[in-house]
Design a protein around this ligand. Sequence first.
Ligand code: SF4
Ligand code: SF4
Length: 448
Amino acid sequence: MATKQHDGRPLPTYVETAAEDGHLRSLLNDCVHCGFCLPACPTYQLWGEEADSPRGRIQIVGQLVAGAPVHGAAAEHLDRCLSCLACVSACPSGVRYGEIIEEARAKVERANARPLPKRLGREAIFALFPYPRRLRAARLLLKAAESTGLRKLLHYHWLSSHLPAILMATERLAPPVTPLERLPPRVPARGPSRGAVGLLVGCVQSVFFSHVNAATARVLAAEGFDVIVAKGQGCCGALSLHAGRMDEAARLARKTIDVFRAEGVKLVVANAAGCGSAMKEYGRFFAGDPPYTEPAAWLAERTRDLSELLAEAGPRAERHPVPMRVAFHDACHLAHAQGIRSQPRELLGQIPGLELCEVGDDTCCGSAGVYNIVEPDAAAELGRRKAAAVRATGAEVVVSTNPGCLMQIGAWLGSAGCALPTMHVAELLDLSIRGGEAPRRPLTRPST
Ligand code: SF4
Ligand code: SF4
C-alpha cells in the first residue's frame, strides 16, 4: 500500500476524528455484507468490481475508520460513487449508506488525496455552482459563446481533445440559454388560500432553469398556495454536502434556514430532488450545532418536494388535456432518498389525455449533482444507457422531477440524434392547468 500522497506528503490518518469515526463505525456495523445491494449499484453494473460496489465501499470506509490512510485508490473508489442511494432501497438491513458516503467524502476532502488536476477542477466547480451571481455572469459568457458560434467551435475534435475534460463536460450538459424568468417576492394564491409556502429557487436552478421555477410558482398559486420567494436565498448546500465539503455546506444551509425562518412560512417547497433531500437532512446535519439545532429541524420538517405537496393537498385547478405519450424518469434523490415514487405519477395521471409510460431501466442516469462533470466517463455511459431506455418507450417527451436529470438525459438523447423534449413535472402541470399546447420542439439542445 502507498505511504505517500501523489505530491510526496505523508498520507494523513484520522485518529483525530475519533467522535466522527465512532458514529461512522456504528453505521458500518449495520452492514452484514450480504451483497443484495450489488445488482442495484450503477458502478458495479458498469465495472463489476467489488471496490466499486456499495459493499466494497463500505469496506474501504471501514479501513479508513480503522486508521488506514486515505490513499488515492480509496479516494477514487469513493469518488466514483454516484450517491444515487439505489443501494439503500435494495438493502434489507437498513444500512444508512447516504450518511456513510457523506462522512467518507468529508475525509477524502480533508486528506487532499486527489491528484492536483482533479482538485483544481473541483475547486473551480465549487467556486461557481453554489453562487447565483457568478452563475449569471457565466450564463452571459455562454450566451456570447452561443451567439458568436464559439460554442459550436468547441466541438471540433482537435479543440475538444485539447481542452480540460471538466470544461467539455460542462459545455456538453449546459442547456441552451433561455431568457431569465424572474419571480416577484410573492405570487398570490388563486381563490381561497391554502396557506403560504416558501419556494426554494436554488442556485443552478434559478439561473439555468428559471422557467421551471416560474412554472412551479404558477402551479402552486393555481392550486391555492401563496408562494413566497424569500429574498436573499441561494444555494441550499446540497451540492457541497453530497461532495463532503461540510463547512461550505453548513454555511449555505445556515443562510437558507435563516431566510425561510424569517418568512415564517408553513412549508418550503423544493422542485429539485437533491435540494429537497438535503434540506430534509438539515436536522441531522445540525444536531451537534446548538444555535442551529432547532431552526434546522424546523426547516427539515417543513420541506416538501413539489410533487409530495401537491399529491398530499389534492388537485383544485382544472386540468386541460395534454394528449401526449410521456416517459417518466425517477430522480434518485426523490425515489431512493425521499421515498417519493407514486406522487409524481399520481399528478401526471390527473392530466386528461396523457399516456404515462415507465422507463424500464431505473438505474441512475449519471447526473448525480456534479458527478457528470467530475466523473464524465462513467456518467456518459450511464447517460447513453438511460437515453436508449427512454427512446425504447416510444414517448414524445421525457419528464422528471429534477433539472439535473433532465439536462443529462437531454444531452445524451441529443448525442444519439434524438430530439425528444425534456420537461419538469411542474412544466407539464402548468401546461395542463393553463390549457397550453404540447411542446413541438426539443427543450434541450441536441449535442453534436
Ligand atoms: S449494504 Fe445492505 S445489502 Fe449491501 S452488503 Fe451491506 S447489508 Fe447487504
Ligand atoms: S450510492 Fe449508488 S453508486 Fe454509490 S454505492 Fe450506492 S448504489 Fe452504488
